[in-house]
Design a protein around this ligand. Structure first.
Ligand SMILES: NC(=O)c1ccc[n+]([C@@H]2O[C@H](COP(=O)([O-])OP(=O)(O)OC[C@H]3O[C@@H](n4cnc5c(N)ncnc54)[C@H](OP(=O)(O)O)[C@@H]3O)[C@@H](O)[C@H]2O)c1
Length: 190
């Protein structure tokens, strides 16, 4: 079970929510707990107070936005980076005005070299970096395509070429801009 988002402006609520996950883990109700969209500052504030290190931090990672500083901090503290939008879905299903990772020429050329698709190359890139990757598709043929990534390997040069595509431009919401005013929801049963 993961905590979807930190609430940086009221971090005590974030800690309270994470403590609820720790209780579920201690009670054997869930097998592992983690967080999502936590930046370095959020992780470090959480680690100061938590008793359980989150198993994963699920963050936006694809060739156009890789957040190396968050990944490095996670690696130093035993937190696995789990990539959401691992084939860059957020680069094309939202507005697409900054270009789609699926149409990137560098990725396309590497895909052609291996007889694979751009999506498969991006998943392989994530896996060879040691990340968990969670692509999503509504189409059975693409689900099959996305799992068919265990019969080829990218070279170090190919990985470096894909690393070089990072634009530093986030596709999803800025985690520090999440406030109760902008994203708050009433939960009547709570
Ligand atoms: N924690 C968070 O804040 C957060 C935020 C966003 C997403 N997520 C989770 O992350 C997971 C995946 O991320 P995502 O859906 O944003 O992006 P993604 O998996 O990178 O991309 C999904 C998009 O790519 C298309 N697609 C899938 N496989 C393809 C393929 N082989 N070739 C071409 N197009 C393909 C899908 O369309 P079709 O369905 O038409 O195939 C869909 O439009 C989801 O389970 C989502 O719930 C988490």
């Amino acid at each position: 079970m993961i905590l979807h988002q930190a609430l940086p402006s009221e971090f005590a609520k974030t800690l309270e929510a994470y403590r609820a996950l720790e209780t579920l883990l201690a009670d054997g109700k869930v097998r592992a707990i983690g967080v999502s969209n936590f930046m370095v500052d959020h992780l470090s504030r959480l680690l100061d107070r938590a008793t359980v290190v989150p198993a994963v931090n699920q963050i936006e990672v694809h060739p156009y936005f890789a957040q190396p500083e968050v990944q490095d901090f996670g690696a130093e503290h035993g937190i696995l980076t789990q990539a959401w939008s691992p084939i860059g879905g957020i680069t094309f299903y939202r507005d697409g005005s900054h270009g789609s990772t699926l149409a990137d020429p560098v990725i396309g050329e590497i895909a052609t070299t291996h007889g694979k698709t751009p999506a498969q190359v991006m998943l392989r890139w994530g896996m060879q970096h040691g990340r968990s990757v969670i692509p999503k598709s509504t189409k059975p043929s693409r689900i099959a395509e996305n799992i068919n990534v265990f019969d080829f390997e990218l070279s170090a040069d190919e990985i470096t070429a894909i690393d070089g595509l990072d634009t530093g431009r986030r596709g999803g919401p800025e985690p520090d801009a999440i406030t109760l005013e902008t994203f708050g929801r009433e939960i009547p049963e709570a």
